[in-house]
Design a protein around this ligand. Structure first.
Ligand code: GCV
Length: 709
């Protein structure tokens, strides 16, 4: 009886904790090709990073192939796996020349003769390069890729590949939808939750090499000795995986925890305080990465409080960190209470005059678009406008404006769209990716930041598919020119199955999911239409309150004539912040891509669209198209029942149901609301919203997760 019951349990139930590093046994037909590779492993364990690489290979190959490789100092049989650097594995010395140009973090994977026998080699110039190469090799095996003739040569195109945690010290995560913060500050530094190691493994597997532990809206407490000791404990776990820790620094910390009367960046006592603080940090954490700063933005303190500018503030911190090799990531997400101009223009206005003035160890961190991580934004006009300053990309991985963790939205296509956008800063082909990787303006200091979607939920990200967004962020930070679709395919193979009958439908669901959320929330360039404060659900009617640019009506400007924000020369002229060819394209209603039409123009309801429909009809049909896509994803996913383990299949299915309901709600509420301006009937075949606008306005969600505190 007991036996029968035991066998009745779903054998392959998975809760998602293992992420894309599941290492479940490969089907025998696939495993066969790795028999020799999986038999013997030559990999040193003299350093913590070497140990991490070998542990991962033993765990990974052991799981995938059903037995752990025997460990050896020399290759005794054909096909062995050899991992290391010429310094750590003398047999790899002959590859020294081939390793040139791969830098500190690059690696190669290829077949070579070692100790007179055929071997698969993962070779690098450093231990961390060998660790990255080991993860790459495991990815190939997880995906069932043949290794015969393998020839991989990889090095990151971006230097700093960083997660930004918006985690408060009380474990609340701002805009977090995966439970509370994984940093258990109270029990640190003594209790090192094993999750920290798994976090580091996951990050290293995609090349992430830095983490900012605390929210940009930070308390100065994070810089006190109590918290520095806790930060040091986390750093001690992450170090072996090539990950540095960074902290968000509150600009007014010299007042709050330093007892000074001012935080003026030109005040000698303030400057000395930061130098002393930096010295103290590096005594505790010798490889500390540096500071991330949100200053003079949304009420945060900053240099402008003292009549100084962003460069004054950033350079003061840079001076304190420079002797230790630390860097400053100074955010360009600024908009002041006093500034009456179009919010989309403010960062450019405040930062461009300081181009070339920032210290060498400062990066200016710029969100992908000029407003705030909206479902779709044109690329930020700062990209291309500050050639003498390294600009760091800031993407949001957590889906503050894209349906939280319940909506299946793969962000790869969105990241790709922004990175491939052509700024024309130095003529055609001046893509955002080339600004981020430093190649356009020959910057050596380069970076990409992703606002993390990680919390204590068993599946880390609040949903199984949101893991893909962490994954694609890391892969694109490594290579901003990479393909979102190929990355989705890698992820799906590792996360669900190598069976093409699973992979292809999953990839196809993912690839259209970003366009779908744009369609059912903010089609045709609309933006900032969500519920107030928590940002959950539709709120196109939001108006009033402390400031106009925290309302929806400020952005959509719907009236009897039409809809959209005129940012052309007849309006706020934000288009003029782009290079002339882009300004020209975006500035004309005839040439602007329809995806950005209402971002840049106030357009009459009867304007003829490419489809031949009026703007009103097109708008309504886009909303419907978005909802239909979600229905399609539900259908596709239901066909995968039995091909994906039951536990994860069930949760995804339920979440898709939530997504469909919420997509319909967005569509109905938006159509009902905008119809009060357009005063036009719905196009034929489009269902009337089941309620009037007053109903949708009356819905309240006081405890929706993630709101700022
Ligand atoms: C961390 C938006 C979010 C805030 C966030 C801010 C920022 O305004 O709603 O929660 O604050 O961006 O990026 O600083």
């Amino acid at each position: 009886m007991l036996l029968a019951w035991t066998f009745a349990l779903p054998a392959l139930a998975e809760d998602g904790y293992d992420l894309w590093l599941r290492y479940k046994p490969l089907p025998e037909a696939q495993a066969r090709q790795y028999r020799e590779l999986g038999a013997e492993l030559v990999a040193p364990v003299q350093t913590p990073t070497q140990q991490a690489a070998r542990d991962e290979l033993v765990r990974g190959l052991g799981g995938l192939l059903g037995r752990e490789p025997a460990q050896a100092a020399a290759v005794r049989r054909n096909g062995a796996l050899v991992v290391g650097t010429p310094a750590s594995v003398p047999q790899l010395a002959s590859l020294q020349g081939d390793l040139e140009g791969l830098g500190e973090e690059g690696y190669l994977i290829r077949e070579a003769r070692i100790d007179g026998r055929k071997a698969t080699v993962v070779a690098a110039n450093s231990d961390v390069g060998a660790l990255y190469g080991s993860f790459h090799l495991l990815r190939l095996v997880q995906s069932g890729e043949p290794l015969a003739g393998v020839d991989v040569r990889e090095s990151p195109r971006v230097k700093l590949r960083v997660l930004n945690h918006w985690d408060n010290l009380d474990r609340y995560v701002e805009r977090g939808y995966a439970g509370e913060s994984i940093w258990d500050w109270h029990r640190l530094p003594d209790w090192l939750d094993p999750r920290y190691t798994d976090y580091a493994r996951a990050n290293a597997s995609i090349g992430i090499n830095g983490t900012v532990l605390n929210n940009v809206n930070t308390s100065a407490q994070a810089l006190t000795p109590l918290y520095l000791e806790k930060t040091a404990a986390l750093a001690s776990v992450f170090r072996a995986y090539g990950i540095k820790v960074y902290l968000s620094a509150r600009f007014s910390a010299p007042i709050e925890i330093g007892g000074l009367a001012t935080a003026d960046p030109l005040d000698p006592a303030v400057r000395q305080w930061w130098k002393d603080k930096a010295d103290e940090i590096y005594r505790t954490i010798p490889d500390f990465g540096g500071f991330l700063v949100k200053a003079n933005s949304e009420g945060q303190p900053g240099p402008q409080d003292y009549g100084r500018n962003h460069a004054d503030g950033a350079n003061m911190l840079a001076e304190a960190l420079a002797p230790h090799g630390g860097i400053v990531m100074w955010r360009a997400f600024v908009y002041s209470h006093e500034e009456p101009d179009d919010r989309a223009k403010q960062a450019y206005t405040e930062f461009v005059p300081h181009d070339g003035v920032f210290a060498d160890n400062v990066l200016v961190q710029v969100k992908n678009g000029a407003i705030d991580f909206q479902p779709r934004e044109p690329f930020h006009p700062l990209f291309g406008a500050m050639p003498r300053t390294p600009l760091m990309m800031e993407f949001q991985i957590t889906k503050e404006y894209l349906g939280f963790a319940t909506h299946l939205v793969y962000l790869g296509p969105m990241y790709e769209e922004v990175l491939r956008a052509d700024t024309h800063a130095r003529g055609p082909g001046s893509t955002v990716a080339k600004i981020i990787d430093g190649s356009l303006e020959s910057h050596a200091l380069t970076g990409m930041a992703g606002v993390a979607n990680i919390g204590v939920d068993r599946n880390w990200s609040g949903s199984h598919f949101d893991q893909a967004n962490w994954y694609v962020y890391g892969r694109m930070a490594w290579d901003p020119h990479a393909s979102a679709e190929e990355i989705a395919r890698d992820w799906a193979r590792m996360t669900f199955s190598t069976d093409p009958a699973v992979v292809e439908p999953v990839v196809s669901m993912m690839m259209g999911s970003h366009q779908a959320v744009v369609d059912y929330m903010t089609p045709l360039g609309l933006h900032h239409l969500m519920g107030r404060g928590h940002h959950y659900g539709p709120g196109p009617w939001v108006e009033g309150g402390p400031r106009a640019d925290w309302t929806s009506v400020y952005y959509h400007r719907a009236d009897a004539r039409g809809i959209g924000f005129d940012r052309s020369a007849t309006g706020s002229n934000a288009v003029a912040q782009y290079a002339p060819p882009v300004a020209e394209q975006f500035g004309s209603i005839d040439t602007v891509p329809e995806d950005f039409l209402l971002w840049f123009h106030h357009v009459p309801w009867d304007h003829r669209m490419a489809s031949g429909r009026s703007l009103w009809d097109e708008l309504v049909s886009r909303y419907g198209r978005g909802v239909d896509y979600v229905r399609g994803m539900r259908r596709t996913w239901s066909t995968l029942e039995g091909k994906v383990d039951q536990e994860r299949h069930h949760q995804v299915a339920v979440f898709l149901g939530i997504q469909e309901k919420e997509a319909q709600w967005w569509r109905d509420a938006s159509v009902a609301y905008f119809q009060t301006f357009s005063r036009r009937p719905l196009p034929a075949g489009e269902a009337e919203p089941p309620h009037d606008v007053e109903y949708y306005k009356s819905l309240q969600f006081p405890f929706a997760p993630g709101d700022g505190k």
